[in-house]
Design a protein around this ligand. Structure first.
Ligand SMILES: Nc1ncnc2c1ncn2[C@@H]1O[C@H](COP(=O)(O)OP(=O)(O)OP(=O)(O)O)[C@@H](O)[C@H]1O
Ligand SMILES: [Mg+2]
Length: 414
């Protein structure tokens, strides 16, 4: 078992490295390194040298804080190059024995054998449900009798070149990629409860350059997607509107911004210093909120259409959980609830121990989730002890983890 785990969240706005000690029932954070990100646009690398420098800075900070050298890390992936699809795999079960792990493996292999273009690679493949001799929705077929096992799998693919560019940038910073993990899967791991995942929920991580979504139903992921728009769009609007630099607009958004116009006093104003030598200008908070509300409503309209497109819009009984840095924008939750027409809460990482105060913020959901999910995939891909004391549940996990492991980028390098 490893005793140290590292998460490297490569965002559009920040790079966050977390070093944690793996303890039997918890991860204990021993060092964090947060640095501004450079060289990424909408989740895609656009300047490798800049990105490598930013990753190095974040990694060195975490090394210094923790006192450990970082050799490898779980790394986040997002961007508009991500696609997902559902696929079925069928396998025959021979003789009178019950279904075993090998059968599950073979069924997943069959589901995976769909035509994937040569310029794309499989990032994750997750079993959603099984059916045995036509009996649908079998959650755990292990030990059950039947002749024909079918798996319904969710497959997430990424552009090979986008992944290779990210991997090269990370490696140039002296870190090898332990696993790539899709952003919204990580965020879901950090902020969703088991009950929400069981009942049906969508996690929406609104970052700087991307909005990452994942739908969980009956305990597993059924749909994922990445919308190439995030909170930076609002900041950009403000720079144009008020003729102010980006960092000033950022501060204005955080201190005076609201996505809910009706919550703002129409008479309230504040001052900003525009470009040039002009005098400070008075801005009406109410007018600014109107512009922000329109943008936010537009974003949630895209999210709503994406949920509809998935076909699972009727199954989200636990509603939506929003997270990511932009989830902190005042009024955003209310607008989300109105546009999505479902209950919405803001999620942030909880149950953290160690030097983790800074991480208890929606902006670090992906970072914390990377650590947890990376370790989970690790544990469940380790061979089960031969004692026979292993529960069927964890054997299923093993299969899941085994598949995740087989699909590591190392496998798909060629
Ligand atoms: N208090 C706040 N109020 C409103 N917006 C905020 C606040 N704090 C951060 N943001 C916004 O959150 C965004 C950054 O979020 P986050 O740190 O999750 O991004 P990221 O992970 O680097 O980017 P991405 O996931 O898109 O690649 C920025 O648009 C920033 O303006
Ligand atoms: Mg992010």
């Amino acid at each position: 078992m490893r005793d140290l785990a590292v998460a490297l969240d490569v965002g559009t706005r920040k790079i966050c490295t977390i070093v944690a000690e793996v303890r039997p029932d918890d991860v204990f954070v021993v060092g964090v390194g947060i640095e501004p990100s450079l060289g990424m646009k909408k989740g895609i690398v656009n300047d490798m040298a800049q990105l490598t420098a930013a990753i190095s800075a974040s990694v060195h900070k975490a090394e210094k804080a923790s006192g450990f050298d970082i050799a490898r890390a779980f790394v986040s992936v997002a961007g508009s190059h991500i696609a997902s699809l559902n696929s079925r795999g069928v396998v025959g079960i021979s003789g009178q024995r019950g279904v075993n792990l090998d059968d599950l493996d073979k069924a997943m292999e069959a589901a995976r054998a769909i035509a994937i273009p040569h310029n794309r690679e499989v990032l994750h493949i997750v079993p959603r449900s099984y059916s045995l001799d036509g009996q649908e929705r079998v959650r755990s077929p292990i030990g059950m009798h039947g002749f024909r096992l079918e798996v319904e799998a969710h497959i997430i693919t990424a552009s090979s070149t986008s992944v290779a560019n990210l991997e090269q940038s990370v490696e140039a910073a002296g870190v090898s990629v332990d696993r790539f993990i899709l952003n919204p899967l990580a965020s879901g791991e950090a902020v969703l409860t088991d009950q929400e995942k069981e009942m049906g929920v969508v996690v929406i991580d609104i970052g700087g350059g991307t909005t990452d979504m994942a739908i969980f139903i009956e305990g597993t992921v059924w749909h994922t997607s990445v919308i190439p728009v995030g909170g930076d769009l609002i900041t950009n609007d403000l720079t144009h509107w008020m003729h102010i630099p980006f960092d000033v607009a950022e501060a204005v958004k955080i201190h005076h911004g609201s996505a809910l116009q009706r919550s703002i006093d129409p008479l309230e104003t504040f001052l900003v210093e525009p470009f040039g030598e002009g005098m400070p200008t008075e801005v009406q908070r109410y007018a600014m909120a109107e512009a922000i509300e329109l943008r936010v409503a537009e974003l949630f309209d895209m999210v709503r259409r994406e949920i509809k497109r998935s076909g699972y819009d009727g199954l989200l009984r636990a509603g939506a959980v929003i997270t990511g840095g932009s989830a902190q924008l005042a009024g955003l939750r209310e607008v989300a609830e109105r546009e999505l027409r479902m209950p919405v809460r803001v999620g942030k990482p909880e149950r953290l121990t160690g030097m983790a105060d800074v991480l208890r913020n929606p902006a670090y959901s992906t970072s914390v989730g990377l650590l947890r999910l990376g370790l989970k995939m690790d544990t469940i891909s380790r061979p089960a002890p031969p004692s026979g004391s292993v529960l069927p549940g964890s054997k299923i996990g093993q299969v899941l983890g085994g598949l995740f492991r087989r699909l590591l980028p190392a496998d798909s390098d060629g």
